[in-house]
Design a protein around this ligand. Structure first.
Ligand code: NDP
Length: 449
């Protein structure tokens, strides 16, 4: 694997195949009975210790992530901070995810939340450690054992995390990491009869094949897939604030973010003014060396991905603004780019997964909602207005899983995250994630003599 900012090799790892995947599943299966039997308070203590170790090694983990993904170091530090918070949260959740007693005739009815067994976790390259933790935290808290497959391009932080899990005292075999191709290791996990569930984050295309593959064994799946989220700016909004925030909602992580608000819908009466403010704000985004503390945007992940991103721009594209990027023959740089578009243009329909924002005008509230929903995706989005009732009306009308009003933040440790429509199903984070890593068992106990 390479450092995307310098194209220098970082490490060479042997690729695992089906045999190694099967061995990891077998190790996870063997570790399951003892792990599920660990007392809740002890499981919580082990997860808490892992969280503390992540905090203690935060700088090392942030550097690994920054070098492997090309992320600005300041952002990588924030992400590692969230990873620790995720493990703290699920340490606290272990004994708060309980069953019920249900009033029935003739006895007592009790529900239990049972672990699923071995779960396969497949994660992408854009937020490798964060997304791994969003799955590992609830999976382990519920008493499952896991086989984690990081993306081929970015496995380094997951390997380090598995070492920290052992150091924290989590028994061998509970957390297994297998580095290899999605089409080999990923697919084997999807089809393996001893894997009870796949927690997948990645593209909608691969998500579809995961769902198909899981059908063979009626495996549970949760899918966190692509997005094409709308940032809806009404004329009555604080335009300066909305414009100052908008670049970071789409150019963060060089646009390689499923939550990117890459369709900026602007009420026509303030369209020109907003576009001007947006260009000014985008010009302030500091693009460059990810190791520099002040850098806000680094390179794209690979040369091949840069080609894909470039393919969204051609001679007919109406480019409203193009920012600066390092003029170096090393590194997969791409400038922040703002284009004027209609919602039918390819740039507005497909996920670019790069620093390209499409700005689209709308006439009124009804058209704003209809444009926001005119997409196969439904992950995230924002609404900027000073009218509270309108904010709620639009929030209820937009078909996405995660919305913010007068803000662009999507992700919080304690709140559910996930998509509508082809952005997937199931929820990560918060207490909701525990539903995806446990099964409800219903037991009736007769009290009749
Ligand atoms: P991919 O779908 O290409 O890959 C995701 C993971 O799936 C990788 O680990 C990959 O392995 C693996 N994989 C590939 N083929 C298969 C297969 N046939 N069976 C099982 N696993 C397979 O996505 P990217 O890595 O390109 O990530 C970008 C995508 O992820 C974007 O579309 C983005 O929107 C989405 N995403 C969604 C998020 C969400 O929470 N909704 C968050 C972040 C990203 P390998 O790479 O090693 O081949």
């Amino acid at each position: 694997m390479l450092n995307p900012a310098t194209e220098e090799p970082l490490a060479e790892l042997e690729q695992a195949g089906v045999e190694e995947t099967d061995a990891a599943v077998a190790a996870a299966k063997a570790a399951f009975p003892a792990w599920r039997a660990v007392a809740p308070s002890d499981r919580a203590r082990l997860l808490r210790r892992l969280a503390t170790l992540v905090e203690e090694r935060a700088e090392e983990l942030a550097r690994i992530e920054s070098q492997n993904v090309g992320k600005p170091i300041a952002g990588a530090r924030g992400e590692v901070g969230m990873v620790a918070e995720v493990f703290h949260f699920y340490a606290g959740a272990v004994d708060k995810h309980h069953g019920e007693t249900i009033p029935v005739a003739g006895g007592v009815d009790i529900t239990f939340r049972e672990p699923l067994g071995v779960v396969g976790l497949i994660v992408p390259w854009n937020f490798p450690l964060n997304i791994a933790s969003w799955k590992l935290g609830p999976a382990l808290a519920c008493g499952n054992t896991v086989v984690l497959k990081p993306a081929e391009l970015t496995p380094l932080s997951a390997l380090r995390l598995a070492e920290l899990a052992l150091e924290a005292g989590i028994p061998e075999g509970v957390v297994n990491v297998v580095v290899g191709k999605g089409s080999v290791v990923g697919q084997r996990l999807v089809e393996h009869p001893d894997v009870a569930k796949i927690g997948f984050t990645g593209s909608t295309e691969v998500g579809r094949s995961v769902m198909q593959g899981a059908a063979g064994t009626i495996k549970r799946v949760t899918l966190e897939l692509g997005g094409k989220s709308a940032n809806v700016v009404f004329a009555d909004a604080d335009l300066e604030r909305a414009a100052a925030a908008a670049p970071y909602a789409v150019f963060d992580n060089a646009g390689q973010d499923c939550c990117a608000r890459s369709r900026i819908l602007v009420e026509r009466s303030v369209y020109d003014r907003f576009l001007e403010l947006l260009a000014q704000a985008t010009a302030q985004v500091r693009v460059g060396d990810p190791a520099d503390e002040r850098t806000e945007m680094g390179p794209l992940i690979s040369a091949q991905h840069r080609e894909t991103v470039s393919s969204f721009l051609d001679d007919s594209t109406r480019v409203a603004f193009r920012g600066a990027a390092p003029d170096s023959d090393r590194g997969f740089w791409f400038p922040c780019t703002i284009v004027e578009a209609t919602n039918d243009d390819r740039v507005a329909r497909e996920e670019v997964f790069g620093p390209v924002a499409a700005v689209i005008p709308f006439a009124d509230e009804a058209e704003a909602v209809s444009l926001a929903n005119d997409t196969p995706f439904g992950l995230s989005g924002s609404i900027w207005t000073r009218d509270g009732a309108r904010a709620l009306r639009v929030a209820r009308g937009v078909e996405t899983g995660v919305l913010s009003v007068n803000s662009n933040s999507s992700v919080r440790v304690a709140t559910p995250f996930g998509g509508f429509k082809q952005s997937g199903f199931g929820r990560e984070l918060g207490m909701h994630a525990l539903e995806g890593y446990s099964e409800v068992k219903n037991v009736f106990l007769s009290t009749e003599e």
